[in-house]
Write a protein that binds this ligand. Structure first.
Ligand SMILES: Cc1cc2nc3c(=O)[nH]c(=O)nc-3n(C[C@H](O)[C@H](O)[C@H](O)COP(=O)(O)OP(=O)(O)OC[C@H]3O[C@@H](n4cnc5c(N)ncnc54)[C@H](O)[C@@H]3O)c2cc1C
Length: 635
């Protein structure tokens, strides 16, 4: 079991930085970019009106009923692929499948090296043929596309979109590659791979295009859609001393996270990452490059804010709101074990009350874990408090534990403190202050900035057995409901580890953050929830057909059942919760309602408007009901 599954900022991070803080008194592919080929110039040079005329049209009636596979007679000819390659400046690549290294022998050196690399998210991110999650037992297993366009800009993306549409190909998009649902890979497909589009430019006075009369200039950062959060935080916080709301995990892609809504450690104060989107450059299914913001294509803009990735268009650039950086951030981490089921119930009950009274505000985010071995593990972060203030907050709870020392054993001592926020993602500063919080890309020549939180290591290359989420309404924190919530958490913990992610529910957030969240496509339940509950389980890198590295199907199914039973205990008290599209069950029932609530109807309309023929398909995405599960055949 991976006890910290889905945890982007774990206890270890908190403990290590606070530990260091205490000790030191505030130790608190691509090829190089080739000259951009202007699509319009290319069209002019070729004398074509539309790129689509460069490749032969298939004999299918449009819209396609069945997409074309390499084994079909209608698969584009080599000459057609060659023309696409020319259109994208030589950046069409045939996709390798790294796991082939193990197909002939799983004992060879090549296979061993591969499995070591599968624990490195930067190796995975640099390989267009694999994904950060390798699969889901009984759900999916990662498979390479046939070809990938390693896009440099919107024009490359448009050329790939036109080619896929006109040849009835299955099209797939990959940024950071972190989809748990496998929505950024598909066999027999053409991939648009944005990995190398990661420029970041900060502007002090950004006004969305067409919004001059309604929007005051404000600081913003524009990033290429292949940017991962480590790169965005480096540009905005470490280098420029400002704040941008992104995700917790450093290797998640900006475009994928924003389109699913997106939460980071400090979202309880700053709100949803998607709510900070000011403008996007998007290529829609008709091959047009569009600007989407509050004043231009505002329906598309709204859908991009939480309507799910790979569905409404292919984003080439995103401009995000930039804010002032508070001076301090920090955390609190410790683990307590109860001596019996009864004392564990009491501990949970006490913690629920303490959370409501002391932590249910925009200072505190991240997680509490409740596990079957009667442990409560705290790995929380705070914003804007100094060390003394943050310790004072926890003192009443720690006093209560101390008074019941026969019932409760502190397994790891409380580490509570703060540090300068500017250095939160600062690799050099963390190193200098002996904060052992990051793992680093150890490949020769790798950038020293290629790091990921220790706590995220368990999910690199993993295979999922079960993963479910549920928004927990704040009404459960009322005096007369706390007992019910505590009992549900206890009952759930009999089946597996339950995580409450407090930063992924906006009850307790500032009104401005809640209002901004309401203007996104995410399930409105998020605004009334004090936390997102997550239950997940999985195993280290594995792949079907590789001896000694096979997914453990029997164990996986059992674990998947346990995850489901565990979550059902919480559903019994939070039935209307809904789930977070990006962190949810591959087999989610009624996903439309669960992910988007009443917003689904509007999303479906926008999908019909911008992609009437369903070129963009992802598993359990808006409009996916009209296709077979593999996205190849229209139902
Ligand atoms: C280890 C780990 C930690 C995570 N931590 C958090 C967290 O702290 N907070 C949080 O909110 N979520 C978190 N997530 C969930 C994550 O935000 C989503 O899985 C997100 O969609 C991943 O984006 P990506 O670009 O990395 O992945 P991808 O798999 O590349 O993309 C995800 C989806 O977006 C689509 N997409 C990607 N790029 C584009 C584009 N340019 N245009 C259109 N569609 C595109 C893809 O087709 C796919 O459907 C985590 C996931 C993992 C695996």
């Amino acid at each position: 079991m991976l006890p910290e599954a889905s945890v982007c900022f774990t206890r270890r991070v908190v403990v290590e930085f606070v530990d260091n803080h205490r000790r030191s008194n505030l130790r608190v592919m691509l090829r190089k970019q080739v000259a951009a080929l202007n699509r319009r110039k290319f069209l002019k040079a070729s004398g074509a009106v539309s790129l689509s005329q460069l490749w032969p049209r298939s004999s299918f009636a449009s819209p396609a009923l069945r997409r074309v596979r390499p084994s079909d007679a209608n698969w584009p000819s080599s000459a057609a692929w060659k023309r696409l390659n020319e259109a994208v400046g030589g950046n069409l690549i045939q996709v390798d499948f790294p796991l082939n290294a193990c197909m002939s022998s799983s004992q060879g050196a090549e296979c061993k090296t591969l499995f070591a690399n599968l624990k490195n998210p930067y190796y995975i991110g640099d390989s267009p043929g694999i994904t950060q999650t390798l699969g889901w037992v009984d759900g999916w297993a990662t498979k390479p596309s046939v070809y990938a366009v390693a896009a440099r800009n919107a024009d490359d993306i448009a050329a790939a979109v036109d080619f896929a549409r006109d040849n009835h190909l299955r099209l797939v998009v990959k940024g950071g590659g972190h989809s748990y649902q496998g929505t950024s890979n598909a066999p027999d497909s053409l991939l648009i791979w944005t990995r190398h589009m990661h420029d970041a430019t900060i502007q002090q006075d950004f006004v969305p295009s067409g919004c001059k009369s309604t929007h005051a200039p404000q600081p913003a950062v524009t990033v290429g859609s292949g940017t991962i959060w480590a790169q965005a935080y480096d540009a905005v916080t470490t280098k420029a001393g400002s704040y941008v709301q992104g995700g917790g995990c450093t290797t998640v892609g900006v475009a994928g996270l924003i389109q699913s809504g997106g939460f980071g450690s400090f979202s309880k104060h700053y709100g949803m990452a998607a709510a900070g989107l000011l403008e996007a450059e998007v290529v829609t299914a008709d091959g047009k490059v569009r600007i989407a913001n509050a004043c231009t294509n505002s329906d598309l803009f709204w859908a991009l804010k939480g309507g799910g990735g790979g569905t409404f268009g292919i984003v080439s650039k995103l401009t995000l709101r930039v804010r002032d950086l508070p001076e301090l951030a920090g955390g609190a981490g410790f683990t307590v074990k109860a001596s019996s089921d009864d004392t564990y119930r009491r501990l949970i009950r006490r913690f629920v009350g303490f959370y409501r009274d002391a932590l249910f505000n925009d200072h505190w985010g991240e997680q509490a874990h409740f596990s079957p071995d009667n442990k409560l593990e705290i790995s929380m972060v705070h914003l804007g408090l100094d060390t003394e203030q943050s310790r004072k907050v926890w003192q009443p709870f720690l006093n209560w534990l101390a008074q019941s020392s026969t019932a409760y054993t502190i397994e790891s001592e409380p580490e509570i403190g703060s540090m300068p926020f500017r250095h939160w993602w600062d690799v050099d500063w963390r190193k200098e202050h002996h904060h052992d919080v990051f793992k680093a890309d150890s490949r020769p020549g790798a950038s020293p900035m290629n790091v990921w939180w220790n706590g995220d290591g368990g999910q690199v290359g993993w295979v999922i057995w079960g993963f479910e989420s549920l928004w927990m309404p704040a009404s459960l924190l009322q005096d007369d409901s706390q007992e019910k919530l505590a009992n549900a958490l206890f009952s759930a913990s009999r089946f597996g580890g339950v995580q409450l992610h407090f930063n992924k529910g906006f009850a307790g957030a500032p009104p401005e953050a809640i209002e901004a969240a309401k203007d996104t496509a995410m399930n409105p339940s998020v605004c009334d929830a004090f936390a997102l509950a997550i239950v997940a389980d999985g195993q280290a890198p594995a792949y079907p057909g590789i001896p000694n590295h096979e997914p453990d199907v029997a164990k996986g199914r059992k674990a998947g059942d346990a995850v489901h039973h565990c979550m059902n205990e919480l559903r019994a008290v939070a039935s209307s919760g809904g789930a977070y599209v990006s962190e949810s069950n591959f087999f989610e029932s009624d996903f439309q309602h669960s992910y988007w609530g009443d917003n689904h109807a509007r999303l479906a309309e926008i999908k019909r408007k911008y992609d009437p023929d369903g070129l963009l398909f992802v598993h359990n995405g808006v409009g996916s009901e009209q296709w077979t599960r593999d996205g190849f055949t229209r139902l």
